[in-house]
Design a protein around this ligand. Structure first.
Ligand code: FES
Length: 147
């Protein structure tokens, strides 16, 4: 029993040490996020180290989500044009092969470590336009391409 307790105590100590080291020793400085949405481009400055989603929410940029950033709904997709790094294994299950090729990412999984350029697809307005133009058929499979 004692070896288990000692081992757990060592693991907790290492975890706390890593969290403290990341918080106080790793700094990414101020990063710029260029957001393209609805034909508009906006630039925001944030402190690096947080997630892209929290930076967007803090700066009142709307992005879909139903899991609150836990990486389980897959609704917070955006196209990271520059500065997002490689896709994480936790994101891959939500992405089609085409989306991976188009550099789509889950904004809640992207850590801001440098300047980033993103495009946020506005699926709601795309569907709204399809309904208005009577091009939306719920019985038909449809695909949206983000450019
Ligand atoms: S907010 Fe749900 S997966 Fe990102």
């Amino acid at each position: 029993m004692i070896p288990v307790i000692v081992m757990n105590a060592i693991l907790v100590f290492i975890t706390v040490l890593l969290l403290v080291a990341e918080r106080y020793l790793v700094t990414y400085g101020t990063c710029r996020i260029q957001v393209k949405k609805d034909q508009e481009t906006r630039e925001i400055s944030v402190k690096g180290g947080g997630t892209l989603m929290s930076a967007l929410v803090d700066n009142k940029v709307e992005i879909s989500s139903s899991c609150g950033g836990r990486g389980t709904c897959g609704y917070c997709k955006c196209r990271v044009v520059e500065g997002g790094g490689e896709i994480l294994p936790t994101e891959e299950i939500f992405m089609s092969r085409q989306e991976k090729a188009d550099h789509m990412r889950l904004s809640c999984q992207v850590k801001i470590k440098r300047d980033i350029t993103i495009i946020i697809p506005d699926f709601l307005s795309i569907v709204r336009q399809m309904v208005i133009n009577r091009k939306f058929d719920p019985n038909k499979r449809w695909r949206v391409t983000i450019r």
